[in-house]
Design a protein around this ligand. Structure first.
Ligand SMILES: *Cc1c(COP(=O)(O)O)cnc(C)c1O
Length: 422
């Protein structure tokens, strides 16, 4: 099936239950077992089914199956936010004494989480250049558990060299994790390019209306064989888990990455997505392809306008032929469309603040992927917790303004930016 069809039909059998056309919300904390044997079987994974909503929920299950199919994966796990999706995907493979390799171009929240917070758990992060992966292989050692990068990065709007990163990771037997939030499942499917695990903040384009916080982890088919082939690095999957009565994940015929994240991490740390938020995301996923197409077309038009404006010093949008990521965007993204983020530079910090304060239609908001157009100054907001050195490394400049282009008519968007710049 094609992605547009999957987004509407996968993972739900409308002939079941009451025949409800819409996926029902199972708004419950727990589930009644048939008897004590049924309960014991569920806990022992001899039978699959819901136990308690922190572990699984039928509404969330539909979203997980649908999203996994959309990304070409074997399974998915919904969590409470994009941040928890990133944390769980790392904590699922790394522990104290291990290290991970992270891209130099990441979302600000991912930078603080992966360089500062996980250090407190004894996991260190080394930075590599995701644009060309030129310094990736030399930094891999026996304790490297994952390579983490964004396909299309927020807020630098850089396109990663996915093929090269995957090739180096496979040669060294290291897991790749790609944050695909900005490109979205409609434009890019990292698993089809060999990536092992995909994470999303579903709060962004998947939701699309700024109403829901959510996160999801998707794994490719065949990770059990990968863990067995690299059992020194991934022994947590191939040896008994004392916290789950000696379960060996690679012995279980279920997609291993989400299984362990669910049974061990979601069970204990509990950043679960509410059934209501899963239901909202099921609604919005139906129109993801349509919306991202329009976000991309609108953004290209606005980017062309900005490029022609005398007060604009530089425009960064991968859909512009002048952009250094243009070739990669054409190669990786569906029809070369590049999603809704644009950044541009004006002459000074003061000028950047003036433009932001003069915009009327654009809201000053630190979100992206909303139907409403948004404008923000990353250096003083989303990236304000970073040091000047970290800012420079992350490519966040004090004169840079970031736009998240919405679904309004571009005539109005361009008119608003024009008056704000003049
Ligand atoms: C917003 C965002 C996140 C964090 O997601 P939340 O749902 O806000 O926790 C992670 N990665 C990227 C690329 C993002 O844009």
């Amino acid at each position: 099936m094609q992605n547009e069809t999957i987004a509407i039909h996968a993972g739900y059998n409308k002939k079941e239950g009451h025949g409800s056309m819409a996926v029902p919300i199972t708004q419950t904390t727990a589930y009644a077992f048939r008897d004590s044997e049924h309960a014991a079987n569920l806990f022992a994974l001899k039978e699959l089914g819901p136990i308690y909503t922190r572990l699984n929920n039928p509404t969330t299950d539909v979203l997980e199956q649908r999203f996994a199919a959309l990304e070409g994966g074997a399974a998915a796990l919904c969590v409470a936010s994009g941040q928890s999706a990133i944390f769980y995907s790392i904590a699922n493979v790394a522990q104290a004494g291990d290290n991970i390799l992270i891209s130099d171009k990441l979302y600000g929240g991912a930078v603080t989480l992966l360089t500062h917070t996980i250090k407190r758990f004894g996991i260190s992060a080394k930075v590599f250049k995701s644009e060309d992966a030129s310094d990736l292989e030399e930094q891999i050692d026996d304790k490297t558990k994952a390579i983490f990068f964004e396909s299309l990065s927020n807020p630098q709007i850089a396109v990663a060299d996915v093929e090269k990163i995957v090739e180096i990771a496979k040669r060294n037997g290291v897991l790749t994790i790609c944050d695909n939030t900005v490109a979205s499942a409609a434009l890019f499917n990292p698993i089809k390019w060999g990536v092992d695990v995909v994470v999303h903040s579903t709060s962004k384009y998947t939701n699309g209306q700024g109403t829901t916080i959510g996160g999801i982890i998707v794994e490719r088919d065949g990770l059990a064989s990968f863990f067995k082939a690299n059992e020194n690095r991934y022994s947590d999957f191939t040896t008994p888990d004392a916290s789950y009565h000696g379960l060996v994940y690679t012995d279980v015929p279920l997609p291993n990455f989400c299984l362990r994240a669910r049974l061990a991490l979601l069970r204990d740390i509990g950043a679960v997505q509410s059934p209501h938020n899963s239901w909202l995301l099921i609604q919005t996923l139906e129109t993801l392809a349509l919306r991202v197409d329009k976000h991309s077309d609108n953004a290209l038009e606005v980017a062309k306008f900005l490029e022609s404006h005398p007060k604009v010093k530089a425009v960064n949008y991968p859909g512009l032929t002048s952009n250094k990521y243009y070739e990669k965007a054409q190669k990786y993204f569906k029809d070369g469309k590049s999603s809704g983020l644009i950044s541009f530079d004006v002459s000074s910090f003061e000028e950047a603040r003036k433009v932001i304060d003069s915009a009327k239609l654009f809201s000053v908001v630190v979100n992206i992927g909303d139907s409403k157009s948004l404008i923000v100054h990353p250096a003083s907001t989303t990236h304000s917790q970073m040091s000047p050195e970290e800012l420079a490394k992350a490519g966040v400049n004090p004169v840079t303004i970031r736009l998240s282009i919405g679904l309004e008519n571009t005539v109005d968007l361009i008119e608003d930016l024009n008056q704000a710049l003049n």
